[in-house]
Ligand binder design. Structure first.
Ligand SMILES: Cc1cn([C@H]2C[C@H](O)[C@@H](COP(=O)(O)OP(=O)(O)OP(=O)(O)O)O2)c(=O)[nH]c1=O
Length: 216
């Protein structure tokens, strides 16, 4: 059985599109970069910690797998987490206005054999936003609970002049990378041929405890 260690409704919707039955798990991981941690290392660590927390919550099940993911908006070297309030959201959007930022999404699949991880990095260019646009967007409430204070799957799609990378990665769960992890773990993913009967057992022996596959 697959479990998704996430409270994010977006992640649950995206994972459902891959056609692998799963059960959601609520985990709470403190999200703050360590001193000198690069944004990418931070996102990867948090995704790994979410998967590990789900794994512990289930009691380290031999047959099951746990997915954890993390998404952050990065401008320069600065990580924009989720805004704590409307003012913080407006401040983030003013800084993203008219500029290109990076969205990093990491996904970790934890099984009894160890973990596999993939990372998606996208470049997003926002149009210039008038202050009245920022105020109106924040007043609609959409920024809360979203990295960088915006939702590309919502009204902010109209702010995006250019996207290079993964749309689903920006929303919170990069489906290309997630599908690859699940297939490597022996799961049947919608749109792909069913795995060989022995694939699951074979893959269970292959990843090392820190096996990492990065894309993007
Ligand atoms: C940039 C962007 C982020 N987001 C969301 C996805 C994530 O839910 C959130 C980033 O915060 P995360 O800490 O990655 O996730 P979360 O706290 O919402 O959920 P959990 O830790 O339980 O898995 O921002 C969007 O929905 N749309 C966007 O365009």
């Amino acid at each position: 059985m697959l479990h998704l260690a996430s409270k994010s409704p977006r992640r649950r919707e995206l994972l459902a599109r891959l056609g692998v039955p799963f059960a959601p798990l609520d985990v709470d991981i403190p999200e703050a970069p360590l001193p000198d941690e690069t944004p990418k290392a931070y996102v990867c660590r948090v995704a790994r910690e979410k998967a590990a927390a789900g794994w512990r919550l289930l009691g380290a099940p031999v047959q099951d797998a746990v997915l954890g993911a993390d998404t952050e908006v990065v401008l320069g070297d600065e990580v924009f987490g989720k805004p704590r309030d409307a003012d913080a959201a407006a401040a983030m959007l003013r800084r993203l206005s008219g500029r290109t930022h990076t969205v990093i999404s990491a996904v970790t699949l934890r099984t009894a054999a160890g973990e596999r991880q993939a990372v998606s990095v996208s470049e997003v260019t926002f149009t210039g936003l008038a202050d009245a646009d920022v105020v109106a967007y924040v007043a609609g409430g959409e920024p809360m609970g979203k990295a960088g204070g915006y939702a590309i799957q919502g009204g902010a799609e109209a702010f995006v002049a250019h996207l290079a990378g993964s749309y689903s990665g920006v929303v919170g769960l990069p489906l290309f990378e997630t599908a690859a992890l699940l297939r490597a773990g022996g799961f049947a993913v919608a749109g792909f041929a069913a795995p060989e009967p022995r694939a699951r057992a074979g893959s269970a022996a292959s990843p090392s405890p820190a096996a990492t596959a990065s894309t993007g």
